[in-house]
Design a protein around this ligand. Sequence first.
Ligand code: ZN
Length: 315
Amino acid sequence: MNLLYALSIVMIVCLPSSGAAGPDPNVVASIKPVHALVAGVMQGVGEPVLLLKGGASPHGYNLRPSEVQSLNQAQVVFWIGRELETFLIKPLGNAVGVRSVELLRAPGVETLPLRESGNWEPHAHHDDDDEHDHAQAEAGHRHSDVDAHIWLDPRNAMAMVRQIGAVLSEVDPDHKADYQRNAAALSERLQQLEQSLQKQLESVRGKPYIVFHDAYQYFERRFALTATGSITLNSERPVGARRIQDIRERIENNQVICVFSEPQFKPTLVETLIKDSSAKSGVLDPLGADLPEGPEAYFQLLNNLAAGLRACLGI
Ligand SMILES: [Zn+2]
């Protein structure tokens, strides 16, 4: 009897003290690459909720009611910023007590101006907004001149990770040590990723190619690649015959080796463009549409871009 009694005491004492460091925070991330970085910083503490799943494009997206609800329940929402996820401007403006973190404005993130010269199709993000939303988005901030695809430079990802770690440590100080340790480990891996990509992409430098939409400026700059233009932002808006002719001429004149489509868009346009030319077609995915959610998605996304470029541009 005594032994049994003693055992039960031991068992009670040894039960895992669930939630000793407080419950994990309710965190939402907008797009998969942002979600991956947040998930990396939260590893061992909790998992963030991903808003835009699958192949949905952040350009001109509209939130469903269930998604608005998960926004309102969040303590923190990490997103790129009003330049990219225009669909978040209004719901986040209305959400009370939700901390909104625009990573484009994080310390250390370097931004580049949008390219709008002849070869680069203008990258407007407001096409689907009505007059009112548009005016509201434009009021107070001039933002139409920044390229929002900041995550495709691993150095920007490092700055984003620092900010994610700092914000989570403030919101959930009980887990500060976890966030700081995870952020440091992630930064280390991002540094290694950059070095590895520099090596992987050596063989494709100087080889001209055309991309589907102008999402890859940060990647090109960091790795000294030779993109010569983009086709369109939105395949639902037909590309005019004149523009098709222009791009076909550019493929000839610049000896473009590859024209890349994206998984969200039908590749028929690309096939039309390269018909009767020596150019090949490939696929690049700036969002990681098909990648499993989680910390590895960021690394897979960038490695897949390098693999896609090498597969099509390599000899
Ligand atoms: Zn884009």
